[in-house]
Write a protein that binds this ligand. Structure first.
Ligand code: S3P
Length: 174
């Protein structure tokens, strides 16, 4: 399914790490398709993610998120950026295991924590950061970082890099 002739990669990482921005640039550089899971989910649910959380809650969001990921992995070649919390469920972890077994790269985009935290706070629209956004981000980072390291088969540090330089670095690793 994935090969050097038809590269494909899933990008995971914390909120604010730049998964969407870098993923889009990588796909552009390599002239391959790009899908962002959050955008695909919003398209499917017909509302914003914060509105969905408010009305239906996180467990229902995770169910739809996993459905969208399963469908996209099965149908879409190229670069696919996931929402920050997606790799935390067993169902998505299993999907990513299968993807890796088929030659796919699961790439953990590791931004400097202070940079990603600030970007996530300033960007807004993230229900998982409701309340004290920095404290919530840090608590999630501590929970998620070890899981991301296990789930990924490629780790890329983007500390201090512009999105364009980060994309070039990623390009050479997938
Ligand atoms: C979430 C991250 C968001 C989005 C949703 C939940 C999380 O995506 O999927 O708000 O649990 O970390 P980004 O990582 O693109 O902000």
């Amino acid at each position: 399914m994935c090969s050097s002739a038809a590269p494909c990669a899933v990008i995971i990482g914390m909120m604010g790490a730049g998964k969407t921005r870098v993923g889009r640039e990588v796909a552009h550089l390599m002239d391959i398709p790009f899908v962002d899971a959050d955008i695909a989910i919003e398209h499917q649910i017909g509302m914003t993610i914060p509105e969905f959380f408010e009305q239906f809650g996180e467990p229902e969001f995770r169910r739809i998120e996993a459905d969208v990921i399963e469908h996209t992995l099965a149908t879409h070649p190229g670069v696919f950026s996931l929402g920050g919390g997606a790799p935390m469920t067993e169902r998505v972890q299993q999907l990513l295991e299968t993807y890796k077994a088929q030659g796919g790269k699961v790439l953990y985009l590791m931004a400097a924590p202070e940079e990603a935290m600030e970007r996530a706070r300033r960007g807004g629209g993230r229900p998982m950061l409701n309340g004290d956004a920095d404290a919530r981000w840090m608590a999630l980072y501590e929970q998620r970082d070890p899981v991301f390291r296990q789930v990924a088969n490629v780790l890329v540090s983007t500390h201090g890099l512009t999105p364009t330089i980060a994309a070039k670095k990623v390009q050479h690793m997938i």
